[in-house]
Design a protein. Sequence first.
Length: 333
Amino acid sequence: MARQPVRWGILGTGRIAKEFAAALSFVNGAKLVAVGSRSQKSADEFGERFNVARRHAPYEQLADDPQVDAVYVSTPHALHRDNTILCLAAGKHVLCEKPFAINATQAAEMIGAAKKHRRFLMEAMWTRFLPAMAELRNLLAKGAIGEPRLLQADFGFRAEFNRKGRLFDPNLGGGALLDVGVYPVALSSMIFGAPDRVTGDADVGKSMVDEQSAMVLHHKRGQLSVLSAAVRTDTIQEAIIYGSEGWIRVNSPWWKATTITVHRKGAKERTITAPIRGTGYNYQADEVVRCLTSGKRQSDVMPLSETLSIMKTLDAIRMSMGLRYPIDGEWSI
């Protein structure tokens, strides 16, 4: 007997929610059936655009919808903990947009809720599931550049300053580190694992958030990750992994790359093409469907233990920068 598709609801109606809604059409075994927003007007507009019949406001109605199996939480990251726990407690599986939470204390609460309610939970680190990242993992595992020793990666863009905007509001966890710095930190985690020493510095502007950040992560075998992030500075958005026998460049923009260049000592440089199907967000949804179909409560590619580790690293970077948000509460690392 054919399996029923995973019935998805999307919590939030912003840009990323729209990207994910479009992506679901490329996912076998998935169906978008509901949307939830703080306002009925926004839910209705989203539903009209994506032909979604079940349109809920407020969020609690989506969480309680019996026709929904899994929820994609796409709200601003200051809301991730409460939105995720709401859905888990209502019996829904959850894919939560990155960064997973504001800090590791919140992340641990979310993971605890998933275990308590026996539901699937995964951070929506969509970049990790793209073909180029799968190819990168394969190359490193095969020793294509010998032992990886040094990572250099950046993600920066210039946004117009808006004190009331999400990017510049400390009450919403604004700034470069959590918005885009999480990408290179997660890449470092994928390649080297958790760091044992962290140094970070930032330009904290009149917004009182990090408008550009730089960080160095030291790993237990002496590997280094040299990373940067910005919301007021355009950067090349490139990642290079240097190894004992060569290097790999994940070409710009590395976080949604379609080509990888491999240079090994004594060999001709080669470029590998890894095209993206759909919007790119569909690959993480594929992973959720695969896991749910096989009865798993977390992903092997993006496990919850690593998500928590990444949040601890982000906390340590912020501690080094002296950057604390009002919403951190009883924040500790």
